[in-house]
Design a protein around this ligand. Structure first.
Ligand SMILES: Nc1ncnc2c1ncn2[C@@H]1O[C@H](COP(=O)(O)OP(=O)(O)O)[C@@H](O)[C@H]1O
Ligand SMILES: [Mg+2]
Length: 261
């Protein structure tokens, strides 16, 4: 299997806080990597380093062999990287359809002047984008509400809309920061099934998540961070057996349970 995403010794410091240190990852194409760890572990910072919101202080990162360090977020998006944010970012006043079209726009690379001077290609691109956007809304179960404002959706629906919008960029690597946060059990079930389907369509996933049911049922590999540092990496089954992970989460020394809690 080819490695799609590779990082070597990524580091990022904010003032006195070493948010990410020594993170080396190899993510196989068409696999699902879950990133877990307590609050403040550096998971979102890692996502931000991968997507180009922040540049690393040191270390290298490659997507499909392209070096990404130094590239801004929009250039990384063109290389096939899409993401959602821990805090939802949607155009709340725009329709669901327009939110997804905003993602599709990146893919079709319609030059701005074509909006002022519509040529044949513009309209065919536009029609194709619209069809794709509707198919993506269908995919997340929101096609029937395409004309509504995004701000009218429930929290869980907004999360799904964000996924549709990110997919409209036709990513090779899709990263999600806590997609199940705030969802109810049936919404988490639907999310799990959709993420599996996204992978089945050939997209590689990196998922930061606290919901252990989702992580253990979804991921091929789990990467555990604590205080900026990699703690463990392995299969879901291996992670569940790993005492260091349990300690990081619960503050319990599993070898000396009598002194804990
Ligand atoms: N933009 C920033 N400025 C200053 N400190 C930050 C910034 N982003 C993250 N941090 C700090 O880096 C550490 C890791 O944060 P974060 O990556 O958000 O962790 P997680 O997503 O695992 O909860 C925390 O101590 C956080 O306060
Ligand atoms: Mg976070």
């Amino acid at each position: 299997m080819a490695i799609l995403l590779k990082t070597v010794d990524l580091r990022k410091r904010f003032g006195g806080v070493q948010a990410v240190q020594g993170v080396s990852l190899s993510v196989e194409e068409r696999s699902i990597l879950a990133v877990i760890g307590p609050n403040g572990a550096g998971k979102s910072t890692l996502m931000n380093l991968l997507s180009g919101v922040y540049q690393p202080d040191a270390g290298s990162l490659e997507l499909a062999g392209h070096r990404m360090a130094g590239l801004p977020a929009h250039r990384r998006a063109r290389l096939g990287l899409a993401r959602t944010f821990q805090k939802i970012r949607l155009f709340r006043q725009l329709s669901l359809l327009d939110n997804v079209l905003a993602g599709a726009h990146l893919h079709h690379q319609i030059p701005l002047w074509q909006y002022a001077l519509p040529a044949g290609r513009f309209w065919s691109d536009w029609a194709r984008s619209r069809d794709e956007a509707m198919a993506l809304l269908e995919f997340v179960g929101l096609a029937g509400r395409a004309g509504e404002r995004a701000g009218a959706l429930s929290y869980g629906e907004q999360r799904l809309l964000e996924i549709a919008r990110a997919l409209a960029t036709r990513p090779r690597l899709f990263m999600l920061d806590e997609p199940a946060a705030g969802l109810n059990a049936s919404e988490v079930g639907f999310l799990l099934e959709r993420l599996r389907e996204i992978r089945a369509r050939g997209i590689t996933l990196v998922v930061v998540e606290h919901n252990m049911d989702l992580v253990m049922n979804l991921a091929d590999r789990v990467f555990v961070m604590d205080r900026g540092v990699p703690l463990f990496e392995g299969t879901p089954a291996a992670v569940q057996r790993e005492s260091r992970v349990i300690e990081a989460y619960l503050g319990v020394d599993v070898n000396r349970p009598e002194v804990a809690l």
